[in-house]
Design a protein around this ligand. Structure first.
Ligand code: SAM
Length: 256
């Protein structure tokens, strides 16, 4: 069933107003009719099955039919920090990791980041990334849209590490600790209570990888250096692989 994200302010009691692109999608693409049903989520605490009551071109007025339980979000909030890759790979990272269950994205610049960061142009790219996150979250029946933050410098990224319960520096030269070795004790400790939640930051390098200096700086800032197996993954694959490991280990896909 089609789903749309709205702001909490668009809900008023047992009514909701859909506007903008979403209203156009309902009326033009879905050819909505009075009574048609779809799901609306405010991305925070409310999700409901609603039915169209009135359409006046720019706005679709709908009535709540049934409040829905918001149970599609992982207990482990995983943030993907991705050194800006070339071309449209960042769009792939955002789309696929949103489908899998990432909580947020932090693009950053590191020594071997190839793309030049142009703050003026970035505004358009950031808006496109956020649109991709919203559409992927709707398609994946997520209860919330992952945030896509402004790109950070390497030093700015290091300073955020203390905000997370754990930080894994995905390092292609790491031959010791693999991600599964780090995840097991972390999940056992951080998610042992059924309703407990935790946060994890996964740091992934660009096509050229990380320097030794960056590896040392990341560990000094509190990250754990982890391998993702003996194969070298493309930068746009590595975050997905690490995210799946983290969500599997935290019980999102059964099995553990
Ligand atoms: N240029 C590097 C090389 O040839 O060794 C490869 C960098 S890889 C394309 C891009 C990023 O993906 C790395 O910086 C790392 O964050 C992650 N990555 C890829 N394979 C990995 C692995 N086996 N273990 C840990 N991280 C990996």
């Amino acid at each position: 069933m089609q789903r749309y994200f709205v702001t909490p302010a668009q809900f008023a009691g047992d009514r909701v107003e859909i506007t903008g692109d979403d209203a156009r999608h309902i009326t033009k693409v879905m050819r909505g009719k009075l009574g048609d049903k779809f799901i609306v989520s405010d991305g925070e605490s409310r999700e409901a099955l609603v039915g169209i009551e009135e359409m006046d071109g720019a706005c679709v007025h709908a009535a709540v039919i049934e409040e829905l339980e918001m149970k599609n979000e992982p207990r482990l909030a995983v943030t993907i920090a991705q050194s800006l890759p070339k071309g449209d790979k960042m769009e792939t990272v955002i789309q696929k990791c949103t489908e899998i269950g990432a909580a947020s994205f932090v693009p950053f610049l590191s020594e071997r980041t190839i793309v030049q960061y142009d703050a003026k142009k970035e505004g358009k790219r950031l808006a496109r990334w956020r649109k991709i996150a919203k559409e992927a979250a709707e398609q994946a029946h997520r209860n919330r849209i992952p945030s896509v933050e402004q790109p950070l410098s390497w030093k700015q990224l290091l300073a955020t590490f203390t905000a997370y319960d754990a930080v894994y520096f995905c390092y292609e030269k790491e031959e010791g600790s693999q991600i599964g070795d780090a995840l097991k004790p972390f999940v056992e400790r951080a998610l042992q209570e059924p309703l407990s939640r935790a946060s994890l930051l996964l740091v992934v390098g660009p096509e050229g990888g990380f320097t030794e200096e960056e590896s040392r700086a990341a560990e000094a800032a509190g990250a754990v250096s982890v391998g993702l197996g003996r194969r070298i993954l493309r930068c746009e694959t590595a975050g997905m692989a690490a995210l799946v490991c983290a969500l599997y280990e935290s019980g999102e896909m059964g099995g553990v």
